[in-house]
Design a protein around this ligand. Structure first.
Ligand SMILES: C[S@@+](CC[C@H](N)C(=O)[O-])C[C@H]1O[C@@H](n2cnc3c(N)ncnc32)[C@H](O)[C@@H]1O
Length: 375
């Protein structure tokens, strides 16, 4: 594959990338625009490219605009209490690319001002990040979503992600990384920019020890989580389309509900592509063993570490990259095989299969409805 193809055709891995982006944007817009509280949603694509490729593939800005338009018109039909404006900001340092994009948007009526503003710009990502940090801090009833899709990692500084997320809890970030290139350099001859990035995340030594690219991704994920702290949720979705080409989409959010939506998108794509969840409880299965052990073992050690209520389990399971329905399957099996007791807050036994693994606000009556004890 020559370099020109990568830039002018939307390749397989990029198709998967924009699909995941689309799945997430769809869910994100749906939740935020129905919260009855948000006045404006701001969608940023900081490395937007030209949008349309020679093979007619749609890049990130078109995927974002398509979902924005769809959400707006589906909301009008539902007549919500509040109809937030959805503003889109598409940026690429190369004007020739945004000219193509602009023309395509006009020719195909991909945007109407009634939905919100559309701004197309040619700023350097670095300057855009500084401006956005300041802008997000002033948000009132507003939310932002930022997509970062550089060609390489050279523009990247871990502090940029932290800056965009801030302390305001108003923004979420999706970051696409060419992980294979980073892994290749993580050991010897590491370029300075990558070294700085890894030392910001405090993973220099661990990254060197990674035996393969998958371990490297896991080290990066842990590094991001540690760097950002527990008030943020971090996970990733990786793709390998050819040997030696692994890409990884990292997502960062301060909201557990947003995180759950991202994991749903990820599992949905995995399931469609045949890599979905398979849990067989105690029955060993060649294909499922890896999944079974990870979540089941994780939950068992979690229960051993002290009293855990349903809301603790909800957060734990998401932080492991799984969904509540996966936890429910594991818990059902542990209960059925006599390995687990589920007790109500007063210590009496809860009804069978009543686990309450779902999002509950701390003030909800079901927040600490049941707790779990291993037999
Ligand atoms: C991987 S491509 C983006 C692809 C696009 N997101 C899509 O899905 O089709 C990266 C883009 O970043 C732009 N770019 C490179 N350096 C930049 C910078 N410092 N600031 C903003 N854009 C930059 C390039 O012109 C290129 O179009």
């Amino acid at each position: 594959m020559n370099k020109r193809d990568v830039k002018t055709n939307l390749l397989d891995h990029s198709q998967a990338k924009v699909r995941l982006l689309g799945e997430y944007v769809k869910r994100y817009l749906n939740i935020i625009s129905n919260d009855g509280f948000t006045d404006a949603i701001h969608m940023y694509d900081l490395f937007c490219g030209q949008g349309i490729y020679e093979n007619d593939g749609h890049g990130s800005p078109l995927v974002i605009l398509e979902h924005v338009k769809e959400t707006h018109y589906s909301l009008i039909d539902k007549k919500p209490r509040k109809l937030p404006k959805i503003n889109c900001y598409l940026n690429d340092i190369e004007k020739s690319k945004t000219d193509i994009l602009n023309q395509y948007i006009t020719d195909n009526s991909l945007h109407y001002s009634v939905i919100g503003n559309l701004q197309i710009s040619n700023a350097d990502y670095k300057q855009a990040v500084v401006a956005l940090k300041a802008c997000f801090e002033k948000f009132k009833n507003e939310k932002a979503f930022v997509f970062i899709d550089p060609y390489g990692y050279k523009e990247l500084v871990a502090g940029d992600i932290q800056g965009l997320l801030g302390k305001h809890k108003k923004s979420e970030v999706l970051l696409w990384l060419p992980i294979q290139f980073m892994y290749r350099f993580a050991d010897e001859g590491t370029p300075a920019i990558l070294k700085n990035f890894m030392s910001d995340l405090e993973i220099v030594e661990e990254a060197k020890k990674a035996k393969n690219v998958w371990e490297f991704i896991s080290v990066l994920n842990k590094g991001f989580q540690h760097f950002l702290g527990n008030s943020f949720f971090v996970d990733h979705f990786s793709l390998q389309k050819e040997e030696n080409t692994v890409f990884c989409l990292f997502f960062f959010t301060p909201h557990i509900k947003g995180f759950e939506k991202m994991l749903e998108s990820k599992w949905e794509i995995d399931t469609q592509e045949g890599r979905g969840w398979r849990y067989c409880g105690n029955v060993p299965n060649l294909f499922s063993q890896q999944f079974t052990d990870e979540l089941e073992e994780g939950l068992k050690s979690f229960f051993k570490s002290g009293r855990k209520y349903n809301s603790d389990v909800f957060e734990f399971v998401l932080r492991q990259g799984y969904l509540p329905k996966h936890a429910t399957e594991v818990l059902t099996n542990l209960q059925k095989t006599g390995q687990l007791k589920v007790l109500l807050a007063d210590g009496t036994t809860a009804r069978k299969k009543s686990f309450y693994i779902k999002y509950c606000k701390p003030t909800d009556v079901e927040h600490k409805k049941v707790y779990f004890v291993l037999n």
